[in-house]
Design a protein around this ligand. Structure first.
Ligand code: NIG
Ligand code: FE
Length: 420
């Protein structure tokens, strides 16, 4: 048994094992003079340090003096399987050429698709492994990873097999998502019938094979004017649900198109982005169990001033999560604490709301709220240790790496030294 002792603060996030809404998001259940007891990968007790020392005299103590302890962060939205970086597009955007215009010219997602198709599985594995090790060093213990830069049967399967191989080789819990509907490939765009051929390829070839090989837990679609229509999205997600996958949706990122409403109607675990969500969309999410996953790094990196209406979502009763959206086009960062900073400064969340959004609600967006995201008896022992005296320092030192260690299912995964 391990006993985590002497932490300045133990931020437990303990409470209901489901997405937190409204005022619930402001409750970090923060303890002082507290310890956390861990055995066989699970948390067995959280409470008074004195009482736990007495109860468990024969333990391996982990001295957290001068640090704070939190649940490991849950990053519920990344596109971490890609090849080369896309730094050229940043300058194009700065010069006034928008994200969708770059895509129309064959850049954007298409550029990553051309690149990924030329790379071997081993090469993609090595690139993703290095990037995800860095991601873990910032305090994340669970990460969702999407395919979506293959857009052909072989290349989507190749991407998902990379995720499968990474599971177990990394100090992270990985959740795989099939995003074959990330974009209409360039060679399917010249007519309406070619376009529907791609949807048929998704439905009749890719989906069955992904499910047969057990390569994904979730299916996701980029539902956006110029990409997949709400009708196509419905067809793809309904089929995926019928085949046993859980659902996510890239919804209302740049323009409203009913994506949030559709996610709620289909019972998706999350609707993600939402910078352009409508009032109806906000009400639909608030009345559903679908988590509203906000990605403030993406809007910031794209140079947009508009962010998702986080305050209105919370006030209306939606469960809000934060995630990095780590990808080569719109959010090339693995620094989840930086996303917490943006949650506070751009989305106007309190620190407590931002941290619940990055733990319990991130877990809820992955259907894992019963398993991870809080320090409470019965939960997986997924913890992060930070070189801070107060939880408010995590978003405060923006861009910094204050995480000094993490544990996944009770196993120590990394040891960093504080950078300041
Ligand atoms: O979540 N919006 C769609 N997909 C990604 C961006 C992908 C890319 O540009 O490579 C996102 O922002
Ligand atoms: Fe995304």
């Amino acid at each position: 048994m391990k006993l985590f002792v002497n932490a300045t603060q133990v931020v437990t996030c303990a409470g209901p094992a489901r997405g937190r809404r409204g005022g619930e998001m402001n409750d970090l259940a923060l303890l002082t003079d507290a310890a956390v007891a861990v055995e066989a990968g699970r948390i067995v007790a959280v409470g008074s340090q004195e009482a736990l020392w007495r109860e468990y005299p024969v333990v391996e103590p982990i001295d957290c003096r001068g640090h704070i302890l939190t649940p490991g962060l849950v990053d519920s939205h990344t596109h971490a399987i890609f090849g080369r970086a896309r730094y050229q597009e940043q300058e194009l955007r700065a010069a006034g050429i928008g994200y969708m215009e770059i895509a129309k010219r064959g850049g954007g997602i298409h550029a990553s698709v051309r690149d990924l198709r030329m790379r071997s599985e081993d090469e993609l594995y090595a690139l993703a492994r290095a990037r995800l090790l860095t991601l873990a060093s910032y305090g994340t213990t669970t990460v969702e990873i999407k395919s979506g830069y293959g857009l052909s049967l072989d290349d989507e399967l190749k991407s998902l097999r990379v995720i499968q191989r990474l599971q177990g080789d990394l100090p992270l819990r990985l959740v795989p998502t099939w995003l074959g509907a990330h974009e209409i490939p360039l060679d399917y765009r010249d007519s309406a019938s070619r376009r529907s051929e791609y949807v048929q390829l998704l439905l009749q070839e890719m989906l069955p094979q992904v499910v047969r090989d057990g390569l994904a837990t979730f299916a996701d679609v980029f539902c956006e004017p110029g990409v997949f229509t709400p009708g196509e999205t419905r067809a793809i997600l309904t089929a995926a649900q019928g085949a046993g996958l859980s659902l996510k949706l890239h919804a209302d990122e740049l323009e409203p198109s009913g994506g949030a409403e559709l996610a709620a109607e289909l019972g998706a675990a999350s609707a993600d982005h939402l910078a352009a969500i409508s009032e109806d969309g906000i009400r639909a999410l608030a009345a559903s169990r679908t988590v509203a996953t906000l990605l403030p790094g993406t809007m910031l990196f794209l140079g947009k001033t508009k962010q998702a209406p986080a305050r209105e979502l919370i006030a209306t009763g939606a469960a809000v999560a934060l995630a990095s959206d780590f990808n080569p086009g719109t959010s090339p960062t693995v620094n989840f604490p930086l996303i917490l900073t943006l949650g506070v400064s751009q989305l106007h969340l309190s620190v407590a709301e931002a941290l619940i959004a990055a733990t319990v609600n991130g877990a809820a967006a992955l259907n894992l709220a019963h398993h991870t995201g809080q320090l409470a008896p019965g939960f997986s022992a997924d913890l992060a240790l930070w070189a801070c005296d107060d939880v408010r320092e995590i978003p405060y030192w923006y861009g910094d790496r204050r995480c000094v260690a993490t544990w996944v299912a009770g196993q120590p995964t990394l040891a960093q030294s504080p950078s300041l």
